[in-house]
Each structure stands twice: as structure tokens, then as C-alpha cells.
Design a protein around this ligand. Structure first.
Ligand code: OGA
Ligand code: MN
Length: 270
């Protein structure tokens, strides 16, 4: 029985850690607790060389909450599954899913906590996914700007994404969330705005909001706040949708890329 903790290797100070663990077999509860703690601390964790069938994959995911295929997402279920969706790009498709900085679920009243992707088929090159740690971004802001942002809420909408990615599928009603949120575990703060879904500050016009939002979006994209994950078949990424952004690079035209995706519903942060 291993009691001295998981092997967790941070990628940098801001976001991302690799964990050495075989997920195909059951583990004791402390293992899942430590994975959750690593996600709380690093925003996203990565596992390599996971040879999981769909049942093993879903069994792993269920340790963290309810596994769902969100109905209003643009990502279809895999084989009619109620737990696993499929992010697929065929060689003849030019557009990819998730190809701009975003936070999954920000447009929902209570965003789902986790998303995981398991790489089933990857191109010979390209198709990396980048992540940004929004706790590190918040931490690096000046005290003055932190104070200004602390009391604000922002309006989020999936109208732009729906318009770009679907043939007129209606958008969800607008929601507001705190601009600076606290992690329910250790209370650390993170910035919760993103370029895909955040429209304006609550009580401010879009025009008034634009300058400050653009500043935050540019600031967050400093390389020090990001990590870049190179996929191999069997790689698994598992991230917290509250405190990270991600971006799927679309740099492998003419090749296929297939990811199996599970969304995990856990206690909402706000
Ligand atoms: C997603 C997503 C990124 C990728 O599944 O939410 O943005 O790299 N995918 O496929
Ligand atoms: Mn996404």
C-alpha cells in the first residue's frame, strides 16, 4: 500500500502538472483525493499512456462527480453515450473545436467543474492544447487593479460561440458571475473572465467594458501564465473549468484528431 503520495510534477509556477499513475485499475480513496488536490493547485493535470476502454475511463471520472454530456454544448455524444462526448476533426474539416481561448461552461448559471480529454487518435504533429492558470494571472495584477476587480461581476453569453460554430442554434440566456472568485478549498483567488464568453462587466456598457477586458485578456496571455500540452495516443488531460482557460491549436490540416471528453459536475464554486 502506497501511503507517501502521488508523483506530481508541476510544469511551471502557473498551471499544469503531470502525474505518474495507471488509471486502468482501481485505487484507494486517497489517490483520487490527491488528484483532486493537484487539480485545485495546478488547474490542470496530465496523465500519459493510459490504455483505457470507455468503461474504465468513465469509472475513473465518476470518482470526481457526476459524469455528463452537457446538452447545449456543441460537442456530440460518443456512440450515444450519456457520459462520454467526442471531439473529432476529420482530415477534410478545416475548423476545429475550442480553437480560441475559452473556459468551458462559463455561460451556464452554475458552470460544471471539470473537463477531461483522452486522446484516441492524434495527428503526427500539431493539435497541442494550451492552458492558462487564472489564479497566477490574478496574483500578478497590481493591488489597485485587484481592488477594482474584486467587487465586480461580469456578464457571460454563448451567443458569439453559437453564431460561429452552429447553424443558428439559440444561445443560452445571459448569466453573471463574480470577476474575482475564491477557490472553495484553500480560498485562493482567481480571475474569472475569458475572451470567448465574457461580454461586459455587470452594470457597465460593452463599450465601457471593452478596454479593461481587452487589457485583462492580453495580460493573461503572457507565456509565463501558460503551459502547452503535446498529445500522444492515451494522454489524458483533466482540468478545472473555473480557474483555467484553454486553447486547441488548429495546425494539422489534412489529419484526423479524436478526443474522448467527459464533463464532471461537482459542487459549483459560485
Ligand atoms: C474541449 C476543448 C480542446 C482540444 O473539449 O472543451 O476545448 O484540445 N477541447 O480538443
Ligand atoms: Mn473547451
Amino acid at each position: 500500500m502506497r501511503k507517501n503520495g502521488l508523483a506530481i510534477h508541476p510544469l511551471n509556477d502557473s498551471v499544469g502538472a503531470e502525474i505518474d499513475l495507471d488509471l486502468s485499475t482501481p485505487h484507494e480513496d486517497w489517490v483520487y483525493r490527491e488528484i483532486r488536490q493537484a487539480i485545485d493547485a495546478h488547474g490542470v493535470v496530465f496523465f500519459r499512456d493510459q490504455n483505457l476502454d470507455s468503461e474504465q475511463y468513465a469509472t475513473f471520472a465518476r470518482h470526481f462527480g457526476k459524469t455528463i454530456v452537457p446538452t447545449s454544448d456543441i460537442i456530440p455524444a460518443f456512440n450515444g453515450s450519456s457520459e462520454i462526448a467526442e471531439v473529432r476533426k476529420e482530415p477534410e474539416q478545416t475548423r476545429n473545436i475550442g480553437g480560441s481561448w475559452h473556459t468551458d461552461q462559463a455561460f451556464r448559471p452554475a458552470p460544471y467543474w471539470g473537463t477531461m480529454l483522452l486522446a484516441r487518435e492524434v495527428p503526427d504533429y500539431g493539435g497541442d492544447t494550451l492552458f492558462i492558470g487564472m489564479a497566477a494571472v490574478y496574483e500578478a495584477l497590481s493591488d489597485g487593479l485587484k481592488q477594482t476587480l474584486d467587487g465586480l461581476r461580469a456578464v457571460h453569453s454563448n451567443a458569439r460561440v453559437q453564431a460561429k460554430m452552429t447553424d443558428g442554434k439559440p444561445a443560452q440566456p445571459d448569466v453573471t458571475h463574480p470577476v474575482v472568485a475564491r477557490h472553495p478549498g484553500d480560498g485562493h483567488r482567481f480571475l474569472y473572465v475569458n475572451p470567448a464568453y465574457t461580454v461586459r462587466f455587470d452594470g457597465w456598457s460593452e463599450q465601457e467594458s471593452q478596454g479593461l477586458l481587452d487589457y485583462l485578456f492580453r495580460f493573461a496571455q503572457r507565456p509565463e501564465f501558460a503551459c502547452r500540452f503535446r498529445w500522444r495516443e492515451g494522454s489524458l488531460a483533466f482540468w478545472d473549468n473555473y480557474q483555467t482557460w484553454h486553447y486547441a491549436t488548429n495546425d494539422y490540416q489534412g489529419e484526423r484528431r479524436v478526443m474522448h471528453r467527459i464533463v464532471v459536475e461537482s459542487d459549483p464554486f459560485f
